[in-house]
Design a protein around this ligand. Structure first.
Ligand SMILES: *[C@@H]1O[C@H](CO)[C@@H](O)[C@H](O)[C@H]1NC(C)=O
Ligand SMILES: *[C@@H]1O[C@H](CO)[C@@H](O)[C@H](O)[C@H]1NC(C)=O
Ligand SMILES: *[C@@H]1O[C@H](CO)[C@@H](O)[C@H](O)[C@H]1NC(C)=O
Ligand SMILES: *[C@@H]1O[C@H](CO)[C@@H](O)[C@H](O)[C@H]1NC(C)=O
Length: 179
């Protein structure tokens, strides 16, 4: 490299060479990183359906990660009684594949379920919520407490329903952020 000889107001030539190669490195690393940028950050806002055919609609996630919505189950001990029930939850809204939890207060029976899970983006870019749940049933007395809790799994995928009364918060590019 030749000794630097700079015109007034210009950076020394060596610095310019250095700056240029830094820029090239930056562009190269951006190009290499580009495929990773196709992943989406999962926000739970939207309509989801699970392996049992149950649906849930989740509203906007606020800046503390909190959300509420409604859960429409496909299965129940007394299926004729099923109505939509309220849900309340929280997620980490700053990571690509967040963990979350929510509670469903069944309002057609005296029973409560809690779900915990994580939102994954599969290799096709499709979101899947892998969840486990506990359901607390109401029993008449302390002696029956032993049989009052159920456990299970559900996998949810996003339902793209478009305009639909069940879909007031249909996800847009604004809620499904690039990661
Ligand atoms: C879930 O939504 C689908 C599509 O709209 C519908 O066919 C199904 O009956 C719904 N399930 C429940 C439990 O409401
Ligand atoms: C709904 O549930 C109640 C008990 O909570 C029961 O008495 C009633 O028979 C149920 N109705 C139907 C249609 O299953
Ligand atoms: C059950 O929950 C749904 C959804 O939050 C609500 O629209 C409905 O009014 C509730 N029904 C009862 C009986 O609480
Ligand atoms: C979300 O997870 C990230 C990465 O682990 C952590 O740094 C951050 O504090 C979490 N955010 C919230 C709001 O909990």
């Amino acid at each position: 490299m030749s000794p630097a000889r700079s015109a007034p107001g210009c950076p020394p030539a060596a610095d310019m060479v250095h700056a240029t190669s830094s820029l090239l490195l930056l562009l190269l690393s951006l190009a290499l990183l580009a495929p990773g940028h196709s992943a989406k950050k999962c926000l739970l806002t939207g309509v989801w359906t699970n392996d049992l055919g149950s649906n849930m609609t989740i509203g906007a996630v606020n800046n503390r990660g909190e959300f509420s919505g409604t859960y429409h189950t496909a299965v129940a001990d007394m299926p004729n009684n099923i109505t939509k029930s309220p849900l309340l939850g929280i997620q980490n809204n700053t990571v690509c594949q967040p963990t979350f939890g929510f509670t469903v207060r069944w309002n057609f029976s005296e029973s409560t379920s809690v779900f915990v899970g994580q939102c994954f983006i599969d290799r096709n870019g499709k979101e899947v919520l892998k969840t486990k749940w506990l359901q607390r049933l109401s029993v008449g007395n302390l002696g029956d407490d032993w049989k009052a809790t159920r456990i299970g799994n559900n996998d949810f995928t996003r339902m793209h329903t478009g305009k639909n009364e069940d879909d007031p918060e249909s996800p847009t590019s604004a809620t499904v952020l690039e990661c």
